[in-house]
Structures are given as structure tokens and as C-alpha cells.
Design a protein around this ligand. Structure first.
Ligand SMILES: [Zn+2]
Length: 324
């Protein structure tokens, strides 16, 4: 039995969802993850999330007071009305008033946030940004997302697009096509597919690389992880690819610095796990190309909460709305 109230947290993904139970200090008291139900209605899915979170609380902290339920959504949301605008991997949730349904199913106040918003909030409150008020987060993975925190609050803007750094244009002409329909966006240059495409086109052109060992049964077996691992071992081609990725991410960060004046830039997502082979060219680019800002490239740091950022952020949503 816990005396202080706890927050229920759900990090919804297209294939799995994470559950968590957090206290106000951000201690994750329990967590779990389950496959996301497919082929059901949006209401049935939300009911399962709410009940799953309640069951976790009942098992881990029976009788505890519950302050609320926070849910991170993999798509744009309208926090004011509580509606999910669009959920690209879970279309059953398109247009659903999630807050109304979740709070009824859970029996406690419910709050929703976009997943990038939740990850940024998590790092700001409990992770790499906890010592600063002004932080920009970039998540480098299959897609490129992000979030901006100024004055110790994560901002999204009236149309909820603030922090969509994946669509910063870093190649003005002739860049690769982005999923958004534009050309030369950061995501089209450093997202998962861009890294694989860069490697494959150079192997097909006959360049030598240990990456060929991964491609014996087909180029589609190559992943950004292979490229990063071999770059760390000194493979020339892989180092050049990571250098190029770092250069584009660094340019985007230079632009972000003069727009937001952050204390810190936090990099999360699977591709940021590459470590020094990525951080070194990013910091080098910022050192050379962001001269007026005086921004110390050492303040570009890895995220700390990893895959649990979504659960921490969903729990933090509750505390953002609850007075101490
Ligand atoms: Zn784009």
C-alpha cells in the first residue's frame, strides 16, 4: 500500500504497448508490455489500455490512490478536445475522443499526448534534460521526430507541429523524397531507410566494405545497426555514411540552436544508439557551423530513458495536470 497517489501510464505503439505505474518523483514502480490488439474498434482498444493499466496498479500497489491515466499516442492529437486526429498504424483510433473514453474506462482523469511530446517531456522531467529548462530532443529512428521544451514546458504550437524536426529542409534542391511529399527533409536523409539506401547504392557501385558480409543473402538484410557497428570497427564506407548522417543532423541542430537557444540537445531513438561514430560528426558540424551561438557541442547528449521514455512521459502527463 502506497500513501502517495500514483500515475497510470500507457505508451501505445502499433505492435506493442507499454504499461507503467509512476510516483510523482518519476520512479517507475512497475512496468509491463503487451501486444497491441489488432482488428478491433478504437473504443475496445482504449478500454483494454485503461483496464491493463488498472490491473497493473491493483497487482503492484493495491489500494493506492490513482491521480490519473496518461497515454502516449503514435500520431497527432488534439489535447484540448482530447481527440486523436489520426493514428497512421492504428486507424481504428482516427477521430476518436480518447480522453472521454479512457477516463470512463479507467475511472480516473485521463490525458493524451503525441508520442514525441511524451518522450521529450520524459527526458525533460526525469532524463537527460532534468537539470535544464530549455531542451530540444531529436529522435532518430525509422522516422525522425522531436520536441522542444522552453521555460521547463514542452511546446507543440497551435497546430501541434512545433518540434517536427524530421521535416526541417537540409538539402534545398534535388534531395531525396520524404514521406511528407517534400524533398530534402532531414528524415529523408538520416532516417532508417536513408541509411540503408546509402549503403546499398555504394555496395552496388562496387565499393569495398565488410558490410558485404551482411548482404550475402540480399541487400535487404542490411540495417543501420550493421552500419554503426562496422563504423565503430573502422570500416571506411560505414564511417563515411555515419559521417554524412552526422553532418545532416548537425546542420539541423545548428538551425535549431539559433531558433530555440536551448541549454541542451538530447538525441534519442535507435540510430542515436550508434554512439561516438554519430555524435562526433554531429558535434564537429555544430562546432564549425554554429559560430554565433557559442553553443558548446558537448551539450549534445544521448537520451537516458531509452525505450521507456514513452511510459515515463505518459506518466509525466498526469503530473503536468495535477497540483502537488
Ligand atoms: Zn518531410
Amino acid at each position: 500500500m502506497t500513501a502517495q497517489p500514483l500515475a497510470l501510464a500507457v505508451d501505445l505503439g502499433g505492435t506493442t504497448y507499454g504499461l507503467g505505474l509512476l510516483d510523482r518523483q518519476g520512479t517507475l514502480l512497475a512496468q509491463d508490455s503487451r501486444p497491441t490488439p489488432q482488428d478491433c474498434t478504437g473504443e475496445a482498444l482504449l478500454t483494454e489500455l485503461a483496464m491493463g493499466a488498472r490491473r497493473l496498479a491493483e497487482a503492484q500497489a493495491p489500494g493506492a490512490a490513482l491521480a490519473g491515466l496518461g497515454v502516449g499516442i503514435p500520431g497527432p492529437v488534439d489535447p484540448a478536445s482530447g481527440t486523436i486526429r489520426q493514428c497512421p498504424n492504428l486507424h481504428c483510433l482516427d477521430g476518436v475522443n480518447a480522453v472521454e473514453h479512457l477516463s470512463r474506462a479507467a475511472g480516473v482523469p485521463a490525458y493524451i499526448g503525441n508520442d514525441a511530446f511524451c518522450a521529450t517531456l520524459a527526458e525533460l522531467r526525469y532524463g537527460a534534460g532534468r537539470e535544464c529548462d530549455n531542451m530540444v530532443m531529436l529522435t532518430l529512428g525509422t522516422g525522425v521526430g522531436g520536441g522542444i521544451a522552453l521555460g521547463n514546458r514542452v511546446l507543440r504550437g497551435p497546430r501541434q507541429i512545433m518540434g517536427e524536426v524530421g521535416h526541417l529542409i537540409v538539402v534545398p534542391e534535388g534531395g531525396p523524397k520524404c514521406g511528407c511529399g517534400n524533398h530534402g527533409c532531414l528524415e529523408a536523409l538520416v532516417g532508417r531507410q536513408a541509411i540503408v539506401d546509402a549503403a546499398v547504392s555504394r555496395l552496388e557501385a562496387g565499393e569495398a566494405s565488410a558490410l558485404m558480409h551482411e548482404a550475402v543473402s540480399g541487400y535487404d538484410h542490411i540495417t543501420p545497426r550493421h552500419v554503426a557497428d562496422l563504423a565503430r570497427e573502422g570500416d571506411h564506407l560505414c564511417l563515411e555514411i555515419m559521417d554524412q548522417v552526422g553532418m545532416y543532423v548537425g546542420l539541423a541542430i545548428c538551425n535549431i540552436i539559433v531558433l530555440c537557444d536551448p541549454d541542451q540537445v538530447v538525441l534519442g531513438g535507435g540510430i542515436a544508439a550508434a554512439g561516438d561514430v554519430l555524435f562526433e560528426p554531429i558535434r564537429r558540424t555544430v562546432a564549425h557551423r554554429s559560430r554565433i551561438s557559442g553553443f558548446d557541442p558537448a551539450r549534445i547528449v544521448p537520451a537516458e530513458l531509452g525505450n521507456l521514455a514513452g511510459v515515463y512521459g505518459a506518466g509525466a502527463l498526469v503530473w503536468e495536470h495535477t497540483d502537488a
